[in-house]
Structure formats: C-alpha cells, structure tokens
Ligand binder design. Structure first.
Ligand SMILES: [Zn+2]
Length: 96
C-alpha cells in the first residue's frame, strides 16, 4: 500500500491551499469613514479597520478606531489627504 502523500510528486508546497491571497487588500487595513456633524462637532474623516472585503462595508456605518460611528466611504482613501480628519483616528491607525 503506497501512502497517498508520497504518490503526489508534482504537488509543490508553495501553492498550499491555505494561502488566502492577502495582497487583495490595500496597503493599510483601514478605510476612510465620514462621520456626521454632531452638535458642535463638525463632520470628520475617521479610520475604520477593515475586517471584511471593502465592497461589503461601502456605505455602511461602522465603528471607527476612536469609537464613534461613521459611514464608510470608499471614494476617500485612508490615510486621507483631507484636512478635516479625526486626530485620534490618525494616531490609532499608526499615522506616524
Ligand atoms: Zn475618529
């Protein structure tokens, strides 16, 4: 009885089925999300950590790094070049 593992000489270990193509995500695991103006607080851009494919969170309200709720907007990239950015989110996203 030949062991099945040895019976597959052409199976390279480099293409193991456990590889999940991490390069499908952006360079940073964060997306930009726009909060709404809330009392004296102006609307700001926050960072949301991406746990799911970006297409699934587009337009959804997600919890930002600083703990508020904001609507994910894939039109804006994180880190964003906008000036009205949430400072805690920049720090929490490792912006230095
Ligand atoms: Zn924030």
């Amino acid at each position: 009885m030949a062991p099945t593992a040895a019976a597959r000489p052409t199976a390279p270990t480099a293409t193991a089925p456990t590889a999940t193509a991490p390069t499908a995500f952006a360079a940073t695991p964060y997306v930009a999300a726009r909060s709404r103006a809330h009392g004296p607080t102006a609307a700001l851009w926050h960072a949301v950590e991406l746990h799911r494919p970006a297409a699934e969170v587009d337009g959804a309200c997600e919890l930002t790094l600083c703990g508020t709720l904001a609507r994910v907007t894939l039109d804006e990239e994180w880190p964003t070049s906008a000036r009205d950015v949430c400072v805690p989110c920049v720090a929490l996203a490792g912006g230095r």
